[in-house]
Design a protein around this ligand. Structure first.
Ligand code: HAM
Length: 423
């Protein structure tokens, strides 16, 4: 029979590497929670129109990367290529925008873009994102950036940099876009490129073709058109990042891949990843909520790419905890039902316990204990059951001590408390 394979270009994780993936995802989520962000759990598919309007018709994401299909009711459905549009939809639909502001949420899950697969670029990938909705204070921009930066530092990452820019307010962009359009009108592009520039001239800066890059090298730069208010906000962001010792470089040619950005925009770039170096990105999107039919509220957030952060941690050789390490492994010798009952009792107390099944001989059972990576093991034969005493063996040192079964849980909790995993 032919073997099934995963669809092309998806990322998937299984032990032991899935432990590292989980650790990274949890570190980011904990950092978000530390700053007061709460879970928002949303569908992975939405009305296609939400992304067309929210993410923008001129973007590569909407033009060629969406997984769009018709459902059984004839509706056009799209697998979410990003998280912000869905968060806006839910915020408007459930009237969160009329409650306490800011709305601060995080999300974590799979996203889908039909890109050409390569190292670090997948068709199904994972993000942890946060969104802060309803505040236009530059300090919240810094809070959002700090959530990501703290997570990266906690993971031990070093070789990354934060790039920031400002896309200004509506007046900035109107002034700038008219200058940019005038400049582009002097250039001779093919029809498709012209059509793209027509919808959003900023998209041309995304173009990888050298001939386009070279003519755009002398194009006007948005940063030169910031209104005094936008410039003051951007200065406040920079000053506050400096005060928090968060290093950054200003990149006045940054182009984010999604159309909704206004004001502060940023990307985290890792040096050890080759072409797909963006480990996260985000920014302010002050017109998005109104554009999707909601109140005219501002917002800012980020999406961090968990797959790429894992690659970055591996590139830096960082050690990551194996989340599944067992506290105890039980080797039953003809006592399997009693051993399972003891295992369950210990598990109720929060201990991680494995055991061998299938009535193995002592040698096979000890091999299984070794392989399990457990910190301690016991052999449970009829004698041990009768006396209520077991020899608790520390697997690393090989040393054993006698412990009564009734005190085994307390004893193990005492021993493992040093590792900080039983609160
Ligand atoms: P984005 O820059 O499109 O922003 O994606 C954020 C991160 O997701 C990227 O920096 C990258 O690490 C990861 N990523 C994107 N595409 C792929 C892929 N094909 N394979 C692997 N990783 C990928 C957003 O999605 C915005 N929603 C972020 C945001 C939230 N802005 C404001 N709020």
């Amino acid at each position: 029979m032919t073997k099934f394979q995963a669809p092309k270009g998806v990322s998937e994780y299984f032990p032991p590497r899935s432990n590292h993936f989980e650790y990274i995802r949890n570190t980011i989520i904990e950092s978000a929670k530390t700053s007061g962000y709460e879970l928002m759990e949303l569908p992975v598919f939405e009305d296609t129109e939400l992304f067309a309007r929210g993410v923008g018709e001129s973007t590569d994401v909407v033009r060629k990367e969406m997984y769009t299909f018709e459902d059984r009711g004839g509706r056009s459905i799209t697998l979410r290529p990003e998280g912000t549009a869905g968060v806006m939809r839910a915020t408007i639909e459930h009237n969160l925008d009329r409650g306490q502001l800011p709305v601060k949420v995080f999300y974590s899950g799979a996203f889908f873009r039909a890109e050409r697969p390569q190292a670090g670029r997948y068709r199904q990938f994972y993000q942890v994102g946060i969104e802060a909705i309803g505040l236009s204070d530059p300090l919240i921009d810094v809070e959002v950036i700090a959530v990501a930066d703290r997570a990266f530092r906690q993971l031990g990452l070093k070789n990354y940099r934060l790039e920031i820019t400002s896309l200004g307010d509506a007046i900035t962009r109107a002034n700038y876009l008219s200058q940019l359009r005038a400049y582009i009108a002097t250039l001779d592009f093919d029809e498709e490129t012209k059509a793209r520039a027509e919808i959003n001239p900023l998209r041309l800066f995304d173009d990888k073709r050298p001939e386009i890059r070279s003519v755009l090298a002398t194009a006007p730069i948005l940063m030169d058109y910031l209104t005094p208010e936008s410039a003051a906000d951007f200065d406040a962001v920079k000053n506050s990042l400096e005060a928090l010792n968060i290093n950054f470089v200003v990149n006045n040619r940054m182009v984010r891949g999604l159309d909704y950005y206004t004001g502060t925009a940023f990307e985290f770039v890792h040096e050890g990843l080759g072409a797909q170096s963006g480990i996260g990105g985000g920014g302010r999107y002050d017109g998005l909520m109104a554009q999707l039919g909601g109140a005219s509220l501002s917002g800012i957030g980020f999406g961090l790419g968990v797959d790429r952060i894992l690659l970055a941690c591996e590139a830096e050789g960082l050690s990551m905890p194996e989340g599944s390490e067992l506290d105890l492994f039980i080797v039953p010798l003809g006592t399997a039902p009693a051993a399972l009952a003891i295992a369950e009792e210990l598990r109720e107390r929060g201990l991680r316990v494995g055991m061998s099944y299938g009535d193995r001989a002592l040698k096979g059972g000890m091999k299984a204990a070794d392989k399990s990576g457990a910190r301690y093991s016991i052999v449970l034969g009829a004698d041990e059951l009768a006396s209520g005493e077991v020899a608790l063996k520390a697997m690393k040192s090989g040393e054993s001590q006698s412990v009564t079964l009734s005190l085994l849980a307390n004893h193990l909790i005492g021993l493992t408390a040093d590792f900080g995993d039983h609160s």
